[in-house]
Every structure is written in structure tokens, then in C-alpha cells.
Design a protein around this ligand. Sequence first.
Ligand SMILES: C[S@@+](CC[C@H](N)C(=O)[O-])C[C@H]1O[C@@H](n2cnc3c(N)ncnc32)[C@H](O)[C@@H]1O
Length: 402
Amino acid sequence: MVDALRTAGRVRSAAVEEAFRTVPRHLFLPGLAVADAYADEAVAVQFTAGVATSSASQPSMMAIMLEQLDLRPGHRVLEIGAGTGYNAALMSRIVGPAGAVTSVDIDEELVDRAAVHLASAQVSGVDLVAADGAHGHPPGAPYDRIVLTVGSDDVQPEWVSQLVPGGRLLLPLAVRGSQLSVALDLGPDGVLRCDSVRSCAFIRLRGAAARADSNRLVEELGVALQTPDDYPEPDLAAVASVLADPRERRAAPVPLGAVDVWDGFGLWLALTEPGAGRLLAAEPETGLPDDLFPLGSTGGTVALAAEDGVAAVVLAGPPGPGPGAVAVREFGPGGAALGDRLLAALDEWAAAGRPGAADWRLTVVPTGVDAPALPAPQVIVKKHCRVLAEHPRASSSAIRRG
Ligand SMILES: C[S@@+](CC[C@H](N)C(=O)[O-])C[C@H]1O[C@@H](n2cnc3c(N)ncnc32)[C@H](O)[C@@H]1O
């Protein structure tokens, strides 16, 4: 497993490699065949009402995040999302006996199981706590590093206040429909700056900082419309009647693969176009044209939606592993105008060098802190912070303000 993580460039530093080689992952997944424990896959370990509520994360994602976290011997670390305890054990190995790892999980039963796993792996340097990580863990503060291994919609003030000056907060943060692993460094001005952004897909927080799903189901069509929380909520009945009125299908000049749709072009569109959203197949049979949902394993695509029209990216050829030909499908009387905007956005994204998640630079400004002067950021307003997103290669005039 570690050889493969190295070859793929996921493990880069000697410290992260040594930790992965030393801590036996299978001891954190008792009952699973050893070969399966070392496959590069997430392993769900708890389900609630059919939905995974805890998992041992995919080793390559863990490696990416441990590299982003940049742990040093002697660091004091808080992990939110103890799960099996495996990541806490890896971190404990890196920070060594001079450091300290505190790991909290909202689920007492999981914490009890993690304690058994850590004991069987003979890891003694982890302090496990059953608590809601929304509030951090004040007794151990301040921390050099705080890491969430669970997805969050916002940056809780407690996480920022429990960091040392210059400390780093690493979390899977929801950014307009994409989830991005962002490494945020706390500056003396109270602003958190991030140079390292990666795509990710984590289970989301339960407890005080949980957010209801923003999917809105169009029941009669078997699809859900997901729009960014800080964009105006569309009238669902109007969108439903528009979707029942398919019109033109126009070839797009830019080939796209599934990754491009979600965190490449999809993220670009969500950051630059008011009205951007995602259409997700909520049921296997949808009442929409067949070619609307070929992208990704669960089915879904990116779209511009308004009350008089929808324009969505659809596959124009047989689905394949790499980028393929796509078209823009228009619905309703306003679909043609939205189709024009969607095609223009595709051109702009291609002209900017097809940026992906890693190409965006994010700055998180906690509520009450003054925003730094930046040339032309896209601004995402959350309850506890504003997220400023800049694309280093994009000129300000090429971006429509959201
Ligand atoms: C992807 S798992 C973490 C994997 C873990 N780091 C490991 O190495 O196995 C996410 C965990 O976050 C926990 N969680 C969810 N909401 C939480 C909250 N508010 N506070 C603390 N933990 C939470 C879940 O119970 C789950 O165990």
C-alpha cells in the first residue's frame, strides 16, 4: 500500500511514509480481510438509516491530508473525527513523544472501539474524547494543528480561537457544491490563508455544526436540484415545469471528463455564475432525456437554472474513462440564453487553462475580521466566515462576479 502511495505521489515526505509503514491499518479494521484493509479504498464502519456515518478514510486521501497538514515532532494536534483511530495513530507517530494528539468523535461507541484499536496497535500517545468537535476541545488548546477528517460547511470560530498564532487548520470545506480539503494558516491579522487545495469527499459533520442537505427534490422528475446556499433559492415548481420542456441540444467545443464536471468546470461555474447548480439523479429512472445523467457514478451534471429555463452539460458521445465530447442541453423558453452563458463559461474555463480545485487560492476571513485587499476575489458568504476565492491565472475581466 505504501509503495503504491509513494509511486502515485500521495506520500511525499519521509515522516508520513514512516508513519504509514509503522502503524498497521488492519488492526483498526478488525473483522476485515487483511488484503481489504490495505486496498486504497475507504471502509465504512458504521451506518445510520442506510447512510455511512463513520469510515476509515481512503489511504490516498489520508496521505494527501497528512502532507497538507505538515506535522512536526513536538506538535500539539487536535483531530475532529476519531473514527477508527487510525489517522490519530499515524499523527501520533509523526509528532512523537514530545508532541500530543487529542482526537474527538461525537459517537461514544466509536471512541470506545478506537481505544481498543489503539491499544492493540500499542499506540499510547493519543487522548480520545467523546464530544462534539464543533466546539473544538478547549482543555487541550492551543493547538499547532487542528484537522477535521469529516466535512464541514463552515469554519467554526472555536477552531480558529484554539489555534496557536501561525497554526494550521485543515478541513474538508464545502465550497459551492464541491468539498475541498483546505490547509488554512492563521495570520497575525486573524485571516486564514490557504495555498493548498485538494478535492475530497468526506462524510459530513453531525451535531451542532451539522447543516441540512441543500438538495431540493423535483419529485415528479426523479431529480434533485442542488444550488449553493448563498445563492437565491430557485422556485422549484417553476424549475420542474421548465425541465419538462426539453429544447435544443448544442455541441460544446470543450471535451470534459467526470472530474472536470465536478471540481474543474463545475467549481469554476459555481464560483463565477449566479444560478449555477447541480442536477442529481435521485432515482435510477428520471423523467428527463436519457443523456442528461451519464456523468459520474451516481449520475448528475452541472447546470445553470432559472425560473424560465435550464441549461445543462450532457455527454455527446459514449461514456469513457477520460474527457469526452459534451453538449449543452437547453430546457424551457429561457434555456437558449442560459445555454449561451454556459457555452461562454466553458470557453472561459478552457482559456484559463482548465483549472481544477488545486488551482484556486482560498482565503477565509472569520466574521468580524477585516478582509484583506485582493484583486478580484469571488466571495462566498457563510455564517461564521467569508471565503474569498481567487484563480491565479484568471484575469478579473474574464470572471463574472457571483
Ligand atoms: C471519515 S470518519 C473519520 C475517520 C478517522 N479519522 C479514521 O482514521 O478512521 C468521520 C468521523 O467523524 C465523526 N464525526 C461526525 N460529526 C462529528 C462531530 N461533530 N464531532 C466529532 N466527530 C464527528 C464521525 O462519527 C466519524 O467517525
